[in-house]
Design a protein around this ligand. Structure first.
Ligand code: ADP
Ligand code: MG
Length: 302
């Protein structure tokens, strides 16, 4: 039941609807039982979803609802970037804490709106709940795959070079994790020029996410060069750069003969090489190798 004073669920949805921009691919957005997306072009769709929990992925009192809204959309955009796709439509489901439900909802929207506008994302639906628990927000993001097909995790080959698009580490300790910079434009530039053989976004840490590429590519391994790992100014060791996570840079692999086609517009750091057979090593300047332990973020591990 909507509250008579205009502070109820339906009034909030009407307000959200008023914020949502029209989009040529969204025949019907907020306001019916389902959204209707119109798809005249023959193209694959990308669908990704990520949920953020108060106390787990953010602290509402510390970060505020705008940062939470930004992060919720940003991490999903980062997944679309990892496939070199173009984002199209977002569906946002929230469980709002009763005390400040409307203010939190408006803050989430204010945080999301500039990112949505920047990357051409239409807010096409969602679900609104209020409860006595902490804030939870889930975003489903739909995108279109890159011309020439999506870049998968599974295409790496022995001999491919391994790159990352930015310095790593210290994101959580320094609060950068709530301001991810989705590498949509960079991923599309890479896909359109050198075309990476495999790609992933760095959410859990290079030591963990690179392993996904290696495993999905048929049980390969990698040697990372210690002095080549770009350490973020927020971090103080290679270990932090490898394990901290939530950098939301891209990690991709590239056959050496395509390195000359790397686009000038994308900042890249060559960090190592894919090898045959499983394993992940860190090699020092003198050629000594140390096994890289699994150190990235794992929800079941903590
Ligand atoms: P139903 O009860 O049929 O599921 P709702 O009342 O939950 O419908 O939602 C009505 C419309 O508002 C739908 O189009 C839904 O997608 C949209 N909507 C609800 N909550 C949100 C939200 N937080 N953000 C965006 N759209 C929302
Ligand atoms: Mg319905």
């Amino acid at each position: 039941m909507p509250a008579a004073d205009g502070s109820g669920e339906f009034d909030l949805i009407a307000w959200i609807r008023g914020q949502a921009a029209a989009h040529p691919r969204i025949a019907r957005g907020i306001g019916d039982d389902c959204a209707i997306l119109s798809w005249e072009r023959p193209s694959e769709l990308l669908v990704t979803t990520d949920m953020l929990l108060e106390g787990r992925h953010f602290l509402l009192d510390e970060h505020g609802p705008e940062a939470v809204g930004y992060k919720a959309l940003g991490v999903n955009l980062s997944d679309i970037a990892a496939m070199a796709g173009s984002p199209l439509a977002a569906f946002v489901s929230v469980a709002l804490p009763r005390q400040a439900a409307r203010a939190v909802a408006e803050g989430l929207m204010r945080g999301m709106a500039p990112l949505a506008a920047r990357f051409g994302v239409a807010l096409a639906g969602g679900d609104t709940n209020v409860w006595d628990g902490p804030l939870t927000i889930n975003v489903v993001l739909i995108g279109e795959c890159a011309p020439g097909g999506s870049i998968l995790r599974s295409g790496a080959k022995p001999g491919d070079r391994i790159y990352v698009t930015g310095p790593l580490g210290g994101s959580l300790a320094h609060g950068r994790h709530v301001r991810p910079e989705p590498r949509i434009v960079e991923a599309q530039a890479l896909a359109g020029s050198c075309r990476p053989s495999a790609m992933i976004d760095l959410s859990d840490g290079l030591s963990s996410d690179l392993r996904h590429i290696l495993e999905e590519s048929g049980g390969l391994g990698a040697v990372l060069r210690r002095e080549a790992i770009p350490i973020h100014p927020d971090a103080s060791s290679v270990e932090q750069a490898l394990h901290d996570g939530e950098d939301f840079e891209l990690c991709f692999t590239l056959p050496p003969d395509r390195a000359a086609q790397l686009p000038d517009s994308v900042r890249t750091f060559l960090v190592g090489e894919v090898v045959a057979g499983p394993g992940l090593w860190l090699e020092d300047r003198r050629g000594g190798r140390a096994v890289v332990e699994r150190g990235g973020f794992d929800h079941f591990a903590r």
